[in-house]
Design a protein around this ligand. Structure first.
Ligand SMILES: Nc1ncnc2c1ncn2[C@@H]1O[C@H](COP(=O)(O)OP(=O)(O)OP(=O)(O)O)[C@@H](O)[C@H]1O
Length: 243
């Protein structure tokens, strides 16, 4: 199967400039390949570096060493050294990211927040609206909320709006950071279906799923992120593939 992205030698240390330059080694020398149609689950103890790794794959954090080679528009691009305009284009067309929390934009209606990623790649507004409505309905967001800004929505409603937005475009790669954290059983099941449909169309997915049922329902492989013992007042983690 096609390798969608290939990570090698990836290392990340945070330097806390406002706290005396303290350094936190989060991960070191990570290698990971993700193929079309598979879902890799990042697994490991709290604080081990799962979210930091996921954010690095989205180029939110810049790793200190290593590469993230991504198939983007028929070419291979290294996200570690990519220019900002390339990262914007990658996020528009190739990688979707669903975090736990919706970044609410004041006064923008739910339907427009969800529609926006499809409009941004040039899909006609009526087609984008039809897909947004279908996703919002699947995720049980009541129709009366679609024209309202989601600032006042419940945590679970905001998370479902975020998921709808994240699944609007058929991205080749999806990064999912606990997409079901605030959801009830019915809505968790809807998200599991969306993830499995994305896999069936060939998307490569990397996710953090604390819910065991969800993890079992979508995961093909676990990627263990391990916290290492404290070393010279620093803490570091490493990672290794498990079956
Ligand atoms: N922006 C940041 N600046 C400094 N340190 C950070 C930053 N983000 C994360 N860290 C530190 O990096 C380490 C890994 O955090 P991360 O959130 O990646 O862990 P995690 O495995 O996702 O944890 P959890 O399962 O609890 O969400 C933690 O020690 C955290 O304090």
């Amino acid at each position: 199967m096609t390798i969608l992205f290939s990570v090698g030698g990836l290392s990340k240390t945070f330097t806390l400039h406002t706290q005396g330059g303290a350094e936190i080694d989060v991960f070191n020398d990570i290698s990971l390949e993700v193929r079309a149609g598979e879902c890799v689950c990042l697994h490991g103890p709290s604080g081990a570096g799962k979210s930091t790794l996921l954010r690095s794959l989205y180029a939110n954090y810049k790793p200190d060493a290593g590469h993230i080679l991504l198939q983007h528009g028929g070419e291979s691009i290294d996200l570690v050294s990519a220019e900002p305009w390339e990262v914007i284009e990658v996020r528009r067309r190739t990688i979707g990211y669903v975090s736990q929390f919706l970044r609410v934009i004041p006064r923008v209606a739910t339907i427009d927040i969800v529609t926006e990623p499809m409009i941004a790649i040039g899909i006609p507004a009526d087609e984008a609206h039809a897909k947004a409505k279908a996703l919002l309905a699947r995720l049980n967001i009541p129709k009366r909320l679609w024209s309202l800004a989601p600032a006042t929505f419940s945590g679970g409603e905001q998370q479902r709006v975020n998921i709808a937005r994240g699944f609007m475009v058929d991205y080749p790669v999806l990064l999912l950071d606990e997409p079901t954290a605030s959801l009830d059983a019915t809505n968790r099941q809807s998200v599991v279906q969306l993830i499995n449909e994305a896999k069936a169309r060939g998307a490569g997915i990397v996710g953090i799923f604390h819910d065991e049922e969800v993890r079992k329902a979508v995961t093909d492989r676990l990627f263990e992120v391990r916290q290492m013992p404290v070393r010279k007042s620093r803490r570091s983690t490493t990672a290794q593939m498990v079956a």
